[in-house]
Design a protein around this ligand. Structure first.
Ligand code: SF4
Length: 340
């Protein structure tokens, strides 16, 4: 599914959440005037296609109703022309009351992404979110009744959170059976309320290593539940680079790959423990299996000088061969009862 994003940073938000600084994360400031949206989309969209125009950032469903209709009407004309299949937007769990969902139902809105961030009352409160864990469940029920696909967003590492909270919140999110998840480990952005707490020594973000390690277990759990993770870690933008972007926390432009590589590392570590001397993967998985700058190879040398990672054409994607038939990465990297 190709997504054509239109960012409307902070527009419609009832307040500024502690961690949020959307000018940095979207690389854009200010809202789109509906009068220029049509012109922009006309330039952006293919002549025909099956993608979605996405209104991201801010709290779309808390915009004045007239403004929501203006945006949605413009996007609908491109659906009618066959240039996209539908509309997608992001919003807060407490901004999806029946009346909000009814309005979306008047338009070809196919997907709504809900910023849950956490299912812990304490973490939500400390992060200044202003909603409760239960709001997400109610929002999901309403969207599902309206036939709209649902994505949930989580932010491990917020104030008051730890690994147990991250896995608890993930379990709660998965129990709602979303169509997909996005996982963004919390980073400290310049200009955010979290930066103030960080500078005062009152908030310590996850390190990159902790974020990757936690992300790997979360990804594994999502795979077990059959829920795709369509994004792991913030998308790199110019606004995130340098001292005026990410101040601290587990940010890396290749965060998603580092998480996938961690699962391969886990699988190969287990293989070495079981006495294997090499593992074959398909070419498409090789980069993840070797790790960023071959970090997995370096790590595995601690346990075995002999173990090698190679490619073989007949190994399916997401699998590894140790001589006999392919074994799935998720089985080899299992978090059930096996330690790294
Ligand atoms: S996290 Fe969402 S609701 Fe909070 S300020 Fe940012 S865009 Fe608005």
């Amino acid at each position: 599914m190709q997504i054509f994003p239109l960012f409307i940073p902070h527009v419609g938000c009832p307040h500024r959440c502690l961690f949020c600084q959307q000018e940095k994360t979207t690389g854009q400031s200010g809202a789109w005037d509906p009068s220029v949206v049509a012109e922009y989309l006309d330039r952006l969209l293919p002549r025909s296609g099956f993608g979605e125009v996405a209104f991201y950032g801010g709290t779309f469903t808390l915009l004045p109703e007239e403004r929501q209709r203006e945006y949605l009407c413009v996007a609908r004309t491109f659906v009618a022309a066959g240039r996209i299949r539908g509309i997608r937007l992001s919003t807060r769990p407490d901004a999806l009351e029946d009346r909000h969902v009814a309005l979306l139902g008047e338009f070809p809105v196919q997907t709504v992404e809900i910023g849950c961030q956490s299912f812990s009352c304490t973490v939500l409160s400390l992060s200044g979110r202003g909603h409760t864990p239960n709001d997400a469940g109610k929002a999901v029920d309403r969207l599902r009744r309206a036939g709209i696909s649902i994505g949930l967003q989580l932010m491990p590492g917020l104030p008051g959170a730890d690994r147990a909270e991250a896995l608890y919140s993930l379990d709660k999110a998965l129990a709602l059976q979303p169509d997909f998840l996005r996982i963004y480990p919390t980073v400290v952005l310049a200009g955010s309320g979290l930066e103030t707490l960080f500078r005062l020594g009152e908030f310590t973000p996850l390190t990159l290593e902790q974020g990757v390690d936690l992300g790997a277990e979360m990804l594994w759990r999502c795979q077990q539940a059959g829920v795709p993770v369509i994004r792991m870690g913030l998308q790199a933008t110019d606004g995130l680079e340098g001292e005026t972007g990410v101040v601290a926390g587990p940010y890396h432009p290749a965060f998603g790959q580092m998480v996938r590589s961690r699962l391969w590392r886990r699988a190969f570590t287990r293989a070495i423990r079981e006495g294997r001397t090499d593992g074959a993967v398909c070419l498409a998985d090789l980069s993840d299996a070797l790790g960023q700058k071959k970090q997995n190879v370096e790590y595995l040398r601690r346990f075995s000088e002999k173990f090698s990672i190679m490619t073989r054409e007949d190994v399916p994607r997401g699998h590894v061969c140790f001589g006999s038939g392919p074994i799935s990465l998720m089985e080899m990297a299992s978090y059930q009862g096996i330690q790294d």
